[in-house]
Design a binder for this molecule. Sequence first.
Ligand SMILES: [Zn+2]
Length: 683
Amino acid sequence: MLFQKDHLLRKRSWFPVGMLGLVLLAGGMARAQAPATEAGLYRNNRAPLKSLQFLKLPIGAIAPEGWLKAMLVRQKKGATGRLDQLYPLVMGKRNGWLGGDGDQWERGPYWIDGLLPLAYLLRDQELIAKVKPWVEWSLNSLQPDGYFGPAKDYPGEPGIQRNNSRDWWPKMVMLKVLQQYYSATGDKRVIHLMSRYFRYQLKTLPAKPLDHWTFWARYRAGDNLMVVLWLYNITGEAFLLDLADLIHKQTFDYTHAFLQTGLLKQPGSIHCVNLAQGIKEPVVYYQRKPEQSFLAAVDKGFDDLRKYNGLANGLFGGDEALHGNDPVFGSELCTAVEMMFSLESILNVTGDVKYADRLEKIAFNALPAQIDAQFMNRQYYQQVNQVMITRHARNFSVDHDGADICFGLLTGYACCTSNMHQGWPKFTQNLWYATADKGLAALVYAPSAVTAKVADGTEVTIKEQTGYPFDERIRFTLESGSKKALPFPFYLRIPAWCDTAIVSINGTHYGNIKGDTVLKIARSWKNGDAVTLELPMRIKKNTWQQNSVSIERGPLTYALKIGAEKKEVINTKDPVANGTSYFELRPVTPWNYGLPNLSEAQLNERFVVEKRSPGGGDPWTLSTVPISIRARGKRFLNWQLYHESAGPLPYSVAYGSLLDKEEPVTLVPYGATQLRIAQFPVY
Ligand SMILES: [Zn+2]
């Protein structure tokens, strides 16, 4: 049966608005393709791959500033910078990726996949030195047949993964590490290794397919495919296209599963991290075969994920199996960082606003909530309605000794301990893109500075000063060493949640722009030019399981502030599996509040937004968060604990429920909470 490939796609077209130089890309879809023959300033896809509008900048071009830099420094001082000392059993000298007889599998590469971009983004010599042995060992592990990485299995040992050393999967992570290392350094040994290894893959995959050792590689090979296409753009070796086709063929068929099978309607149908990682595969392959069905599949995938499993933090119920949309189901930390990387990869190819909106939702809500302020302890699962963080078996599809939501370095399962580090560094690296028409694009917002070539190849710096996402105003200032005016397009994403953005240039009003577009400002720029983008944020609500409501403003979801008592537990029961200590939190103020049934207009009238001056450091804690909402609510007296989670949500609107009197409540950004209600029943 022929698939009707166009009917699922939103129509996209150009929107000229009658102003010279002001052009909107509707839905953000890349339209302004540079002719394939025109030499660009940054590497685009090589024919026959589909050329892109938004092009990745090398690591080092984008510098974090403000709160974002504070987060990265926090990582350096916390677990990312010190995991070898904190977790020596796996990350110490015995690791197989350092040539040892210890852990041979994914965890070492996971850590370096975050540590390496962090090291180069911060230009931190100490961290760069820490990365180096892993890169050198990997490069030197290349064998005559093209294989690289650990190659020998060892007998089982508690706490480490010593078998499946030749599995395709962990090498997919190390390929991403090496790709980033090349981006930061230009070390040509990376190209040599990949070229040899990919020939080995092409030769070996027919007999030993992706799932020969474990099933993970078959679901995650979109990552492998990305690096194959990346190398093809550098070397142009034709066999890489054959390998891309072969990997695509052996990968779990997400396109078919999303479009034809209703996969995401079925609890238990897929592993949550496989899904978070794999969901990009059709878009990655779309570059090789630009058929609309690949884009339509991913569209449908995200729609179904929201509809059947969606949560107010931007993620979905998946603990570890796909589980549905109850706000007490778990969401794994690996899911947060892998979904972010998938959204970054999809955004890079499509330029579509909705993927940037989804990315910010996870980055500004789910991610900071799941890792503590010292970047030392994290949760394996987070719950959106999370009212008691204790060691207790909850209603998760996979439970690890009841420790899954405790804050610890190893509680639950240690994949997240190893994998969480990539979140903020890769987010930073995707704030800015070069464009095929020799301009720059800010598609995701956070305080930063980009230094890149534009126009005739002149290097400029654009500083992005903002307290976004707590602040509605973003100011871009151009610095150019050149006296001449530089004609180049500057692209700005206007999020879908924003009704009308206001843009001004050098203090003069430039335009009012409707949300859900990418604005292109084509003009001649000179040193000192400043663009101000105002993204007015209104309180909005979204509806979820049992008609519960979330309160959102801009990209932030707001949650009930709950007083907590925090207790450190010394763990003598199973320290290898769950760490020598972890933290529990119990509520000391009531949590069972619902909100009044108000329209959005009424919410904006009756709920009061309060801002404090941001301290400049980490804004994602209850004591430092610069914004909150004064609201009113009532306690649902029959809504009580069940297995140390919030019991089943009262249906909304809950007529005739046993309610207490209306009283003031405080809502704070979800990312700053540990105990919270973020999906509220309504009265
Ligand atoms: Zn994990």
